[in-house]
Structure formats: structure tokens, C-alpha cells
Design a protein around this ligand. Structure first.
Ligand SMILES: [Zn+2]
Length: 244
């Protein structure tokens, strides 16, 4: 399960790895906290939300994944009872063994707060007295943080992955998934006069690839705090595709 702030975040940061999971026979879920309701210069919130949720669902469908939106709002993602409860509920419903989320250090607070909410929700999933009327789910899933945008924190310092997944075989499907987000791609195309949306994703995947001697890779850091599983399950599942 990938739980990210906005539609297209999962595609940019871990779609290749999610595609590998899907090919290996795993059930895959992509969750966004918000529907991308601020991602427009022209449309109303309702209009752009409808479009972007459809784009996200189409993208998920390409790898046979299920898309969920938790219906919070762009730029207002907050750590509170409601966000923790809804995120815990989606974890309890899908029972993921492995969860990917945004970087705890990234260019915008929506991403950073999502990382905190997801960390708490993974832990809370098995906690009986939470205000979520669904059967608690244990054990605590494996949790991995994706790279921040451009692989850097807000001070420009590089954020280095501890785990790399070779996604060379999946770069085509990753590009197709990202291309489903036509509203965002067209917007950037207008600004940059080139297909910066796809090009930037490929550049960054190639950069992570070059750090491990492969063509394209995705980087992650595993949550190794108390109570979370400690072994690198990506290594167990994907063997040679994983570099540490
Ligand atoms: Zn985002």
C-alpha cells in the first residue's frame, strides 16, 4: 500500500516498486490523503478533484491496484483525530504487509505531515481502543519512506536512501502511470514548454539508478523505530533488485 498526500505522488516516487509488487502477485492499493483540489489554475475545487481522482484511479488500474482517496484537502493536511482515524481505517480495511509513504522531510508540509500520520496509523492499526469501528489489524506493517522531491530537504541537503529498488524493467509502466495525470502534465507543459513532468521523473529515477549501477531505481528509507519490523523485507521479496 502506498499512502501519499496527493494524486501523482505515488507515481513519482514509488510506482515502479508498486508495479514490481503487482507482478509478483501482491494486492496493491494506492491511497491519497487529498484529491489534488488545488492543482489547477482554472477549475473549481470540485471540478479538479473529480478529474484528478479519475486520473489516479486510471493510473492504479494499469498495475491492477485499487485507488482510495481519504478526502482531506491539499495544503490543509493536518495531524489530528480525523486524519489518524481515516488513515487507520484504510489500513485496517486493506491489511497491508508493506506500506510506502511520503518523505518525513520534503518540499511541502502536506508530504511531511502525511509521513507522520502514516507512521502513527501503522502503529495504531492494532490498537483496540482507537476511535475506528473496525477490527484492529496486526502486526505493524513494514514502513518505507520514499524520496523527497528532487532528493533534497528544505535546506537543499541531499536525502540519501538506505534502500534502492532497481525499477529498470518498470520504467515504462511508471511513465504510463504518471502520464495518466494529464491535468498536471499539461499544466507543467504550458509553463515549461516541454514535457517536464515525465522528463523530471525519468531524470530522478536515472539519478537513483546511477547511484547503484542500474539504469533506473527508486530510493527508500525504512522506518526502524521501536515497534516496527526491523528486517528489510524488500530484500527478502525482490533479492537482486534491491541494493543497500
Ligand atoms: Zn504531493
Amino acid at each position: 500500500m502506498g499512502i501519499f498526500a496527493h494524486p501523482d505522488d505515488a507515481e513519482l516516487m514509488c510506482a515502479g516498486t508498486l508495479s514490481l509488487f503487482s507482478k509478483a502477485g501482491w494486492e496493491v492499493h494506492i491511497v491519497t490523503m487529498a484529491p489534488g483540489d488545488k492543482g489547477t489554475a482554472e477549475l473549481t475545487r470540485a471540478e479538479i478533484s473529480r478529474i484528478r481522482k479519475k486520473e489516479a484511479a486510471n493510473s492504479a488500474m494499469l498495475i491492477g491496484a485499487t485507488y482510495h482517496c481519504l478526502e482531506f484537502e491539499d495544503l490543509y493536511i493536518t495531524y489530528d483525530r480525523e486524519s489518524l482515524n481515516r488513515t487507520t481505517a484504510v489500513i485496517r480495511s486493506a491489511k497491508p504487509s508493506v506500506v510506502f509513504t511520503a518523505s518525513p522531510s520534503d518540499y511541502m508540509p502536506d508530504h511531511e505531515i502525511t509521513a507522520t500520520i502514516v507512521q502513527a496509523a501503522c502503529f495504531a492499526s492494532g490498537v483496540k481502543n482507537l476511535e475506528v469501528d473496525m477490527t484492529p489489524y496486526e502486526p505493524v506493517p513494514y514502513l518505507y519512506y520514499s524520496d523527497p522531491m528532487e532528493g533534497k530537504d528544505i535546506f537543499g541537503k541531499p536525502v540519501l536512501p538506505s534502500v534502492y529498488v532497481d525499477i529498470t524493467s518498470e520504467i515504462g509502466i511508471k511513465e504510463q502511470m504518471l502520464a495518466c495525470h494529464a491535468s498536471q502534465r499539461d499544466w507543467l507543459m504550458m509553463h515549461h514548454k516541454m514535457d517536464e513532468y515525465i522528463l523530471a521523473m525519468k531524470r530522478f529515477s536515472a539519478q537513483r539508478g546511477s547511484e547503484t549501477g542500474t539504469a533506473f531505481a527508486e530510493g527508500f528509507r525504512q522506518h526502524l523505530g521501536h515497534g516496527f519490523p526491523q528486517n528489510n523485507v524488500l530484500r527478502d521479496i525482490f533479492n537482486n533488485l534491491v541494493h543497500e
